[in-house]
Design a protein around this ligand. Sequence first.
Ligand code: 6PG
Length: 481
Amino acid sequence: PTANIGVVGLAVMGSNLARNLASREGNTVAVYNRSRSKTDELVAEHPEAGFVATFSYEEFAAALQTPRTALIMVKAGAPTDAVIESLMEVFEPGDIIIDGGNSLFTDTIRREKAVRERGFNFVGMGVSGGEEGALHGPSLMPGGPDEAWTTLGPILRSIAAVAPDGEPCVTHVGHDGAGHFVKMVHNGIEYADMQLIAEAYDLIRRGTGKTPAEIADIFAEWNTGELESYLIEITAEVLRQVDAATGKPLVDVILDSAGAKGTGAWTVQTALDLGVPVSGIAEATFARSLSSHREQRAVSGGLPGPAEDAFTVEDPDAFVEQVRLALYASKIVAYSQGFDEIRAGAAQYGWTIDLGAISKIWRAGCIIRAQFLNRIADAYAAEPDLQVLLTAPYFVDALGRAQEAWRHIVGTAATAGIPAPAFSSSLAYYDGLRAKRLPAALIQGQRDFFGAHTYKRIDKEGTFHTLWSGDRTEVEAEDTH
Ligand code: 6PG
């Protein structure tokens, strides 16, 4: 056997990761794809990679040095299960099977257990950065047994993106589903980030009448400051693009119906189960859903709202700066919520996840890479057990600078009838966290009224119920939550 690692599944992500692996000193990469043509194509197009082409699982296994290491890059779900099963038929105990797809973390937990019981090592690895990242350096989020990490660590470090301080963007996230869980939350944050940027663009466009090209300049300018990030950078590129067919800005001819492949929804569903309020991510996910319900939007166009021309901004430069601050504050909330979900997930599933390390491996290679992640890394370095990320001193200061503008922008959007769901819900979350007292006390009263669900008091221990349908005196009760 000549290869030290193999890749199964040679669609774009798989091919690019295979090429990335092959380009690193000391690696020989075996490749396998269900349909032969993809393998032939890849090997013919990239002779420099020195791939070992294989055309059956037996050949693939025979090409790999032991312990064998195979990276699966096929569709999440049933195709992944099928490949794992095929590999186990030809591999030997101790070999390592890595799933690099966007798998649901609960599937990864299930697979890890099943694969381990048969004596193999299973690693569920989140891979971010799209096609370019896969080829030149992705951010990698592997979860699995320590034993596998010993073999895999050096290989993964060699292909990962490199952060500005020279650190590779990969860490052993935790056991079984931890890596895919963290990748899922990465995508949830990606949804929130994208929605916030889209709301900022919409407000600026409708408030100031600037053209997409002019707004591209604004984003390019923002990209030189605290908002510096890949998503801000590509936003400027998209806004500047002109449609060849019509001569119009491309953004004006793209159908305003956002797609989603499900990872944002998983983040929200999981957060609901864990009881973590990821409202910014949820709003971003729902905003995509709303945009895609074209039939509902078609029948709702006549609903009353403020006059279309009633919204004019007196000082466009000041308004743009307020939008920037609102975007930054909302972004802090989205990341804080995302890290909160990782913390809660780790507690629920028994993973030890170093949140500071996660922020560091997102600094390069992935879609949400941003200068801002250094601030998050600093926050966790100063206080590893930080309960709420946005209460770190740097963020408190940033929110202090932004909050007035943020409120103004949310108010303006509401008055002008411009939807800004992620901006507004992030602000509501922020004020909810800050509140000395919440109207949840009233909800407890209502629950106790109709269902004897009981309540606690602020002034003494115990659980209580008011005899609402009797003489309305209070009695001690069993705690029913
Ligand atoms: C990444 C991305 C990627 C994701 C796409 C599409 O980290 O490289 O998150 O994994 O699949 O962004 O996601 P949607 O189709 O759901 O927008």
